[in-house]
Write a protein that binds this ligand. Structure first.
Ligand SMILES: CC(C)(COP(=O)(O)OP(=O)(O)OC[C@H]1O[C@@H](n2cnc3c(N)ncnc32)[C@H](O)[C@@H]1OP(=O)(O)O)[C@@H](O)C(=O)NCCC(=O)NCCS
Length: 186
């Protein structure tokens, strides 16, 4: 296995996926995913249209995989016709090094790949990587209450619900609750 590439299988072991560190060549495509209204409705981090320079700031802060630390931001890829096709991202952000905590976020930007098990497998691998390799004590995640796939994928990856922030997300003309979750290293 190449350095910093995390492999997984999905669809009952029939398909291969992997997580590889983000590099700046990915930013244009990632900004396109962030700006897709259907994705943004579910992804809780970017509320307004994003630009290439927003991606630069985001990945500089989150860790781009090009520094000396273990990478924090990955592109999710699936194998199609013997090639690796980028379909989304997974990352740790808002890291607090002295507390050994970070937040986890994931998105599949290519919507034809939603609901096929990639998110669940990604979250499982990122939790293991974050706790065992980076050394986090706590990984947090948040999800709008209506984002069933996200809530389910996170819980299947070991996240437990800590509580609900009431009326925290304004979407589609009304307020919705946000679910706050975490996984703690024993
Ligand atoms: C959230 C996201 C990463 C989940 O990844 P995914 O690969 O689509 O999810 P999975 O296929 O692993 O499904 C997870 C669970 O959601 C549920 N689910 C799947 N498809 C569903 C659907 N169409 N409707 C409702 N629930 C569904 C299932 O319980 C599934 O578990 P199962 O495989 O045991 O049935 C992905 O859907 C996505 O990128 N959404 C847009 C951005 C986003 O929401 N990011 C997260 C913000 S916190």
């Amino acid at each position: 296995m190449a350095t910093n590439i995390i492999e997984f299988v999905f669809q009952r072991g029939e398909k291969k996926g992997r997580l590889r560190p983000v590099n700046r060549k990915d930013w244009g495509q990632i900004v396109g995913w962030w700006n897709d209204p259907e994705v943004r409705r579910l992804f809780d981090v970017h509320f307004v249209d994003q630009t290439f320079s927003d991606a630069e700031k985001w990945f500089a802060k989150a860790g781009s995989g090009e520094d000396e630390r273990l990478p924090r931001s990955f592109v999710i890829e699936v194998e199609e016709d013997s090639k690796w096709l980028p379909v989304g991202t997974a990352e740790f952000y808002s890291e607090r090094p002295s507390h050994k905590t970070a937040e986890f976020g994931f998105l599949i930007g290519d919507k034809m790949w939603w609901g096929k098990g990639i998110g669940t497998e990604t979250a499982k691998r990122m939790v293991k990587y974050g706790l065992d390799q980076i050394g986090y004590k706590r990984i947090g995640a948040v999800s709008a209450g209506y984002n069933v796939r996200s809530l389910n994928a996170l819980q299947k990856a070991g996240f437990q619900i800590e509580g609900i922030r009431k009326s925290y997300v304004f979407r589609d003309g009304q307020h919705h609750d946000q679910t706050v979750m975490s996984v703690i290293k024993p």
